[in-house]
Write a protein that binds this ligand. Structure first.
Ligand SMILES: C[S@@+](CC[C@H](N)C(=O)[O-])C[C@H]1O[C@@H](n2cnc3c(N)ncnc32)[C@H](O)[C@@H]1O
Length: 246
């Protein structure tokens, strides 16, 4: 059913409208979510999450994966070689249910657990984790600065905050191709497989509407994070940002 938000650009949505759409989308695409990620990124999403998992220092003992969805990054972190315990949080239970199934199939319940929570109100004490991550989640949160501050709050001084997110490549030719792909291929494939046309219209719009990597670095600094670094992945269609909690 068409609603008000379908008739205006994403930049004009209120925060409440955006959160409503995000919850509706992730509640409906869940069974197809992992498959569509692999298809639409030509499996690059797997490489990107593994890169993020490798950025967690070896000595880290626990990590929080915010907006964990079906738990792919939590699983990569827990299986990266150390003995890392990971808590995944998300405000869509249905996504985490799949994460719990995947975790138990892989005998990882000793290392990974899931808790329902909003990224802006994490139910954890200050300085509790060695690292906090968010993969392809911050784009969906209207108040990104508060989300970063909240992640930094629960990480101990010296610990790391990591954000993995899709952006628009800087190279002009690539930009043109990526724009065509986002606006023509992604919505069609997404609709055919998931049956949810809104979700796969929202996805390309949200990527095109997202911050430039330099702006995200600035937000890291405004959230009090130090030694901020940004790594372009796959020609800069995705970036990993990281910062150290002061
Ligand atoms: C694109 S999925 C990413 C899932 C997973 N991190 C991955 O790498 O595949 C975005 C997830 O963010 C969650 N999310 C969005 N806003 C959130 C918020 N404010 N609090 C908690 N979860 C949120 C959605 O429910 C969804 O599961």
């Amino acid at each position: 059913m068409e609603t008000d938000v379908d008739n205006k650009p994403i930049s004009q949505w209120t925060s409440q409208e955006r959160v409503g759409v995000v919850k509706e989308i992730f509640n409906t695409v869940t069974p197809h979510y992992d498959l569509l990620n692999r298809l639409m990124s030509a499996r690059q999403d797997v490489r990107w999450r593994r890169f993020a998992a490798r950025r967690i220092p070896r000595e880290a003992r626990n990590a929080l994966d915010v907006a964990t969805g079906t738990g792919d990054l939590a699983i990569d972190m827990a299986t990266a070689g150390g003995e890392l315990r990971v808590i995944g949080v998300d405000f869509v239970e249905r996504m985490m249910r799949l994460g719990r199934e995947k975790t138990s199939r892989r005998n990882l319940t000793r290392l990974i657990s899931f808790t329902a929570a909003d990224a802006l109100m994490l139910p954890f004490d200050d300085n509790q984790f060695d690292a906090a991550t968010i993969a392809f989640g911050i784009r969906n949160i209207p108040d990104r600065r508060s989300a970063l501050k909240e992640m930094a709050r629960v990480v101990r001084p010296g610990g790391k905050v990591i954000v993995l997110e899709m952006t628009f490549p800087r190279n002009m030719r690539l930009r043109r191709f990526f724009r065509w792909y986002l606006n023509n291929v992604m919505p069609v494939v997404g609709r055919l497989i998931s049956g949810n046309s809104r979700a796969y219209r929202y996805l390309p719009d949200s990527i095109q509407d997202f911050l430039h990597p330099d702006q995200l670095s600035t937000l890291f600094e405004e959230a009090g994070l130090k030694s901020v670094k940004a790594f372009p992945l796959t020609f800069g269609i995705t970036y990993l940002h990281e910062g150290i909690v002061a």
